[in-house]
Design a protein around this ligand. Structure first.
Ligand code: ADP
Ligand code: MG
Length: 371
């Protein structure tokens, strides 16, 4: 049993004075490549990370406890504006599918950083969904659990996100990434044995709030819709490089990012299948350039991280997530990671940027019932 799963079990014992029936955990995720492609019907390539949310569950009185928030709350049928909304939303989504959910209780413990763009929200949703499935013997396929979780996040919590986070948290396997076709919702594992190659993923949370990004994000989506409309295609996923000459101005730049980014994801998959991490890394750098120049969603902090990563002989680096702040990602030899973090710290300090927070990850397994 993982340490985080043991913490959930211990929290359950302390709160409910009995043994849980079972414990489940689900990971956060990082998107390796494929940014702003999801709402254009395209491809994304996330992997699960070795930070998880665990939940120990048993039959009981509809009370949920969070060891991280030190709070026991009843499962509500309405939105509360707290952490309990995520499990509540999942329970509601399961019920909406026609399943009977008898009273149960659970204790959560997690170590996915909250609000760093690593999708702790999908982790708590996925852990809840799989725990209910296992406790109540529902036999729901993991893909369907992911769709339930997405519904909880969209309809109940009120965050309009795609399927990537929930798919990654439920469907990833250790040592692999997950290629997701955001139109067909098909997903397939892609080998990603970083430990074997002496590599690690470094995430740099620039601590720059993405709140101001909401309007920029909507503007990008609208420009993509206009571009697709002008080209007479359903979504930009169906557009080709030659189509760009039929576009101009903002639409042309935005479409160029989406078209080239979709192609990069598929090339990145080929590179990983050949264990060519050098080629994979170059695609990461190209993705960042495209996000900076054509999609215009980078920030000075994200650019600085990518620049310093290149100087620190990282194989690849790029902003990850929607941009406008948030986090950046580098693929680097494990022994070079410390120097990269130190160089970035010094540079940020000299520039008067907020001090960033660093995380190091390996690709981990998706949601599992602990044994
Ligand atoms: P992100 O998904 O990028 O981490 P969100 O704002 O979407 O950020 O989700 C974070 C929220 O998810 C937290 O504020 C909390 O409500 C919930 N959450 C995440 N992890 C836990 C946990 N271990 N225990 C309880 N709630 C959690
Ligand atoms: Mg989230």
């Amino acid at each position: 049993m993982r340490q985080i799963e043991q913490r959930a079990v211990q929290a359950y014992r302390n709160q409910f004075l009995e043994e849980p029936v079972l414990v489940v955990s689900a990971p956060g995720r990082v998107n390796l490549i494929g940014e702003h492609t999801d709402y254009n019907g395209g491809f994304v390539l996330p992997c699960a990370i070795d930070r998880r949310v665990a939940v120990a569950v048993g039959h009981g009185d509809m009370q949920l406890y969070s060891a991280d928030f030190h709070e026991k709350l009843p499962l509500f049928g309405k939105r509360e504006g707290s952490w309990v909304d995520y499990p509540s939303g999942v329970v509601l989504a399961v019920k909406e599918q026609g399943y009977y959910v008898p009273p149960f209780r659970g204790a959560f413990a997690g170590d996915v950083p909250l609000g760093s763009g690593l999708s702790s929200s999908a982790a708590i949703e996925a852990a809840t969904a799989l725990a209910l499935d296992a406790l109540l013997h529902l036999g729901i396929a993991k893909k369907d659990l992911a769709l339930l979780c997405q519904r909880a996040e969209n309809a109940f919590v009120g965050v309009n996100s795609g399927i990537m986070d929930q798919y990654a948290s439920l469907l990833c396997q250790a040592g692999t990434a997950l290629l997701i076709d955001c139109r067909s919702l098909e997903a397939e594992p892609v080998p990603l044995d970083l430990a074997g190659a002496g590599l690690t993923l470094i995430v740099c949370d620039t601590q720059v709030s993405r709140e101001l990004g909401a309007t920029g994000y909507n503007a990008r989506r609208q420009a993509c819709e206009r571009a697709a409309h002008t080209l007479g295609v359903r979504e930009l996923r169906d557009a080709h490089l030659q189509d760009l000459e039929k576009l101009s101005g903002e639409e042309r730049k935005r479409a160029r990012h989406v078209i080239t980014e979709n192609a990069r994801v598929l090339e990145a998959v080929q590179a990983l299948q050949m264990q060519d991490f050098g080629a994979f890394g170059r695609l990461m750098y190209a993705s960042h350039r495209s996000l900076r120049v054509d999609y215009e969603v980078s920030t000075p902090e994200l650019d600085a991280f990518v620049e310093i990563a290149a100087q620190s002989s990282a194989l690849g680096a790029r902003l990850t997530g929607a941009g406008f702040g948030g986090s950046a990602l580098a693929l680097i030899r494990s022994e070079d990671a410390g120097v990269l973090a130190l160089s970035v710290r010094h540079y940020f300090e000299a520039r008067g940027f907020t001090q960033p927070v660093f995380y190091s990850f390996q690709p981990e397994a998706g949601a599992e019932v602990a044994t």
